[in-house]
Design a protein around this ligand. Sequence first.
Ligand code: FES
Ligand SMILES: [Fe+2]
Length: 417
Amino acid sequence: MAGQSLNDSLVRWPSKSLTDIPYDLFTSKAQYELEKEAIFKGPAWHYLCLRVEVLNPGDYVVSHIGETSIIVVRNEQKIIKAMVNRCAHRGAMLCQKRRGTTRKFSCVYHAWSYDLDGNLTNVAFSKGIKNQGGMPGDFKNEDYPLRRLKITEFCGLVFGSFDENVPDIETYLGPDVSAKVKRVLNRPVKVIGRNTQVLPNNWKIYMENVKDSYHASILHLFFTTFRLNRLTQSGGIIVDESGGNHVSFSVLDKDMSNKAYEEDDVRSDNSKVKLADPNLLEGVDEFGDGITLQILTIFPGFVLQQVRNSLAVRQVLPKGTDRSDLVWTYIGFEDDDEEMDARRLRQANLVGPAGYISMEDGVVGGFVQRAIRGVTEDHSIVKMGGEEANSMESRVTESPIRGFWKKYRALTESFNL
Ligand code: FES
Ligand SMILES: [Fe+2]
């Protein structure tokens, strides 16, 4: 169409295959609008916050689903509620603070106020002044609540959805992924740190990255150099039936040989460098199963991380076609002692925006985004480990990425804008 840039069109997939991923999925504005409706307002569960962040009546957190600001609050009856952070009057952002404790939400614009269930409780000057002005006689506060969301809680994680028909969370995750969430989040947690990282790329490029066990020991030199994660370690990949959720895990390297990496000409020389303070990598087998690394994702944008004793949840938030926010919350357990607190904080240096084993992810997403600008004729090749999106023992695979696209296609291709 005249005057319309190519990237304003919906994306056409070259085939039914999950191995050819069109690059304009990451740049098309029309596709981004489709995602807002089909995924972010669709039958999916979106991570909002931790239970511990809204523990007492009146405790609230402002979170997001897609680009929509959401208030999560515990009401007077101690039930967690979530509603859109947008005043019912003329749409002002109601709550400006990131978190806190309150008895009501009051809009700064014209002072309409709402209780902790999102009911409109007061309209300033609703009766007018001196019998003049004011709202019409048939105006009822109860007709104008904040827009409410469906909520669920799983292992201390709070999820929300705009879609009443979303399946229950354990069905949504499948039994194997559910079990791996339970493995880590097996008792009450506490927050030990936060940061938000601005990514110079589409949200889906980050989700591909975090599901990509192929790159980890190649891109992140720290991993191989200090033998934290190598593809020669034993472990496995789980992809749930829907494709959207995955787990990658590995156990500590017993085979310290460098042979596989040398044979494939992968940068992995570990003979000369040593950490001045090896304490950074000193870990304890706190879950009793020898698994030192477990990365788990829930569709569309949630990550649960265990890297040694560094535990964190990550929330990926789209901010337009070529930018996203990655919100990190570092956690420990309520019953951690001082030594464990210190260990978790020390190991938190491994991850995050400047993490020894994660800083390259922010950069490489930008490399992709810059190289695919304006490209509508080409696609990536996601064939490592076959063409399916199945679970497997080998981590030399892109199976979880194919799973992401399987779920993505199921939601977006059946949706009529
Ligand atoms: S926009 Fe909130 S009170 Fe008017
Ligand atoms: Fe990475």
